[in-house]
Design a protein around this ligand. Structure first.
Ligand code: AP5
Length: 219
């Protein structure tokens, strides 16, 4: 069965961490608009040049751009691939666009999983986050260190990087954007009976178990 799920939560809630696990364990595909935008910035494409200042400020890139990216990425996947939307949709307009994008491709939304977290913990999570510069595997200074210090568990590389928007000031803006523009879309999905809440403050493995239980209920 093909699944289409949204992982929703503020910056640092653990969306990327859990999406990576679902990719590994179920062969689902993570569609992260943040990753797509960062790739465009890195490549220096016109879209990346446009998005960079907005992302560095912690604000939201335009709805048209991100919905366009999602549509293109879905077209590149086979219709029988299960997907996790990570960091999309983030506004009511994006939620409407996603409905249209899915319907046009014969897909439908199965679950919206909200990772509930305490805001105070998020600054710690985000400012301590780093990733492998080669394969992108995610780590944290305290919560998820590589098994061998300085060596990526996944690919063995010894080069790591941090995101330019992972500083306290930008994180506060990103959280304000979440509260103002993204949190209001939850009731829309709730009315459709799609939302399940998960305690995102639990250890990473427990959050994963809770998501697995939700996905199993779909079968
Ligand atoms: P994006 O890349 O989507 O960033 P975000 O939503 O701010 O989310 P993060 O990636 O920071 O957090 P996460 O929830 O994935 O947490 P993670 O798993 O890494 O967006 C970046 C920017 O791009 C936006 O600000 C905007 O400008 C633009 N953008 C992107 N999408 C857009 C859209 N749709 N519309 C408009 N603009 C858009 O975890 C964080 C850390 O905590 C990690 O170190 C991890 O190891 C640790 N951790 C995770 N879970 C736990 C746990 N349970 N316990 C302890 N530690 C944990």
């Amino acid at each position: 069965m093909t699944l289409n799920i949204i992982l929703l939560g503020p910056p640092g809630a653990g969306k990327g961490t859990q999406a990576a696990r679902l990719e590994e364990e179920h062969g689902m595909v993570q569609l992260s608009t943040g990753d797509m935008l960062r790739a465009a910035v890195k490549e220096g494409t016109p879209l990346g040049q446009q998005a960079k200042a907005v992302m560095d400020a912690g604000e939201l890139v335009s709805d048209e751009i991100v919905s366009g990216l999602i549509g293109e990425r879905l077209d590149a996947l086979g219709g029988d691939v299960s997907v996790i939307f990570d960091g999309y949709p983030r506004t009511a307009a994006q939620a409407d666009a996603l409905d249209a994008i899915l319907a046009a491709r014969g897909r439908k939304l199965d679950h919206v999983i909200e990772l509930r977290v305490e805001e105070d913990a998020l600054v710690d999570r985000i400012t301590g986050r780093f990733s492998c510069a080669k394969c992108g595997a995610g780590y944290h200074d305290r919560h998820k260190q590589p098994k061998v210090e300085g060596v990526c568990d996944a690919c063995g590389s010894s080069e790591f990087k941090r995101r330019p928007d992972d500083n306290e000031e930008t994180v506060r803006t990103r959280m304000a954007e979440y509260r103002a523009k993204t949190a209001p879309i939850l009731p829309i999905y709730d009315e459709r009976g799609l939302v399940t809440h998960v305690d995102g403050m639990a250890p990473i493995a427990d959050v994963n178990d809770a998501i697995e239980t939700i996905l199993a209920s779909a079968g």
